[in-house]
Write a protein that binds this ligand. Sequence first.
Ligand code: ATP
Ligand code: MG
Length: 428
Amino acid sequence: MAEPLQAVKGMNDILPPESGRWEWLEDKVRSLMRRYGYQNVRVPIVEPTPLFVRGLGEVTDIVEKEMYSFIDSMNGDALTLRPEGTAGVVRAVVEHSLLYDGGKRLYYIGPMFRHEKPQRGRYRQFHQVGVEALGHAGPDVDAEVILMARTLWRELGLTDVRLEINSLGQPDERKAHRTALVSYFEAHAEQLDADARRRLHSNPLRILDSKNPAMQALVDAAPRLFEHLGEASLRHFDAVRAVLDAVGQPYRINPRLVRGMDYYNLTVFEWVTDRLGAQGTICGGGRYDGLIELIGGKPAPAVGWGMGIERVLDLLQQEQLLPAATPPVAYAVVPDAGALPQVVVCIEALRAAGVSVLLHAGGNAGPGSMKSQFKRADASGARFALVFGADELASGQVAIKPLRDAAAAQSTRALGAEAAWAAELLHA
Ligand code: ATP
Ligand code: MG
């Protein structure tokens, strides 16, 4: 036998019944997007490497150490498995001039790739839902995307998710803050770790994002960007807050919330839970008015977020909010192989009428004994067995045997009239 192969470390197979829960969540997401007017986009999983280097910023965790980058051996192109969704969507929007007639509201669902240390809530292939509202400058859209996430939590039944927000202001405001930050960290150089020392002059704001516990006190006392925000930035932030207040959504202003990518400005936010240990951020995003121009488009504002599907499912699991697997409504028992054509005609009609039916698959030796078939029918979780016995078939009928209710009696229904009785099975 050939040696068995394994999936790449940090990349998981999503198998039944778990995959059913993924579909359930994705259905909820799609329904949400429809109601807010967000349309689906599907962009490639592989993009030119410069897209991310330029878009995310060279001095970011992702670009410095997390990207799956490779050279296409056929033509020497530098390619990268997408580590996040925004850059690719923006590339597509620019490439296809999607903003020529105004704004666009888009969403995606799909895999992302980051070379991180695999642990709970942190994988090398993980999945995100993302929304991007492009071409709209106002705080109304910032509030809209934040509230979309809140609606999703509510519809999933999640109550223990907090909102943190901050404003990163505009580039010139960040520059003033940066100067203050660099002098502060320079004055405390002996307390900086290696990462921070390296970033001190390339990207000091990133130091605020440090997860090193030894640096927390230093970071907490650092100069705040908030103190450098101008009037327009403050007005934008206040307008977002006014909407959150109006709908009764509590939030905490977290001055240390700077997000992992360089492209953000003005509003940034995260949805956080305490129930997932260190990987508590289930959704994060913000405004990125500079990115479209950076990627070669005509300048246009934008705002969006990315949500980690694995983390949301983990949280739902802990809160016991995931639905049980849905068994088939009916299981078709086939006493005799010769009956198969009639059986299939019947169950095809039932499926067309919306009933889920699992056909007993017997293999080359025939369907097998009734006893073994009923055992399978039971194990399938189906509510009914459809029994196609010789007597029933001869009189144009199928027997319906309730499997979950011992007191219920077996009955028969007419073949050829499935549409008339399918609803009985569905609503039993
Ligand atoms: P973290 O600080 O946890 O590394 P991040 O700031 O890098 O998160 P984003 O790039 O904002 O994360 O991605 C949006 C969301 O995607 C995160 O809030 C999280 O829920 C999820 N996510 C990010 N990286 C991973 C990963 N490696 N595995 C699973 N989910 C992830
Ligand atoms: Mg990260």
